[in-house]
Design a protein around this ligand. Structure first.
Ligand code: AP5
Ligand code: MG
Length: 193
């Protein structure tokens, strides 16, 4: 199996690059944000609960997202070469859970790709998407700023968790989508034998 975490601030290109990786390496693209937004659209009990947090730019409780991921791993682990986890883990507790979920499948996380993008570029990408997209958490500047603050305060420490396991890889996330994917491809190559 090839299991990858793509990590980074809101707007750092996680979703865009995860989709390209999923295609190239035959991985399941598992985006907790996409799954939560689909639950909101379908107005499931989980979606109604999650909306309270997402609309403020805050994190949905660990138990809710961990259950989402565990279910997807159970249902799909034998259908793909592995997973690209996008937007998960966002807390150290989630990272610990992910290790447990994978070890139950006799698998492990191969690498973490941490997208590095300047603050002004994040703001510009998200403001652009707000003009045409329909994400409720892009619609106002203070929610976007809150998402980025939460990334720095709560999510960034996950980097130390993966550094301690020698799985951390910084990726320069500035440039065109194709340039960035080339950098990712180089980092993944040694793990995709
Ligand atoms: P989530 O859906 O994960 O959103 P996010 O982290 O805020 O990030 P985005 O999806 O906005 O950005 P991205 O990094 O995917 O970049 P993208 O490729 O789209 O989470 C949303 C919410 O759900 C959270 O706030 C939280 O409430 C909840 N949640 C989710 N997971 C959770 C978890 N594990 N625990 C707790 N709560 C959780 O690119 C952004 C834009 O830029 C796009 O328009 C794209 O077209 C454009 N773009 C991409 N690359 C480039 C480039 N190279 N140059 C120019 N433009 C580019
Ligand atoms: Mg995304």
């Amino acid at each position: 199996m090839l299991n990858i975490v793509i990590f980074g601030a809101p707007g750092s290109g996680k979703g865009t690059q995860a989709q390209l990786m999923a295609e190239k390496y035959n991985l399941m693209h598992l985006s907790t944000g996409d799954i939560l937004r689909s639950s909101i659209e379908r107005q499931t009990p989980k979606g109604i609960e999650a909306k309270k947090y997402i609309d403020k730019g805050e994190l949905v409780p660990d138990e809710v997202v961990n259950a989402i991921v565990a279910r997807r791993i159970n249902e799909n682990h034998d259908k793909f070469n592995g997973f690209v986890f996008d937007g998960f883990p966002r807390t150290t507790a989630q990272a610990e859970e992910l290790d447990k979920m994978l070890s139950e499948k006799d698998a492990t996380l191969n690498l973490m790709l941490a997208m590095e993008v300047k603050h002004e570029e994040l703001m510009s990408r998200l403001n652009n998407r707000a003009k045409t997209g329909n994400r409720t958490d892009d619609q106002n500047l203070s929610i976007i700023e809150n998402r980025i603050t939460i990334y720095h305060e709560i999510t960034k420490p996950v980097i130390d968790f993966y550094k301690a396991q020698n799985k951390f890889n910084a990726i320069n996330g500035m440039g065109t989508i194709e340039e960035i994917f080339e950098r990712i491809d180089l980092a993944v190559k040694p793990h995709n034998l």
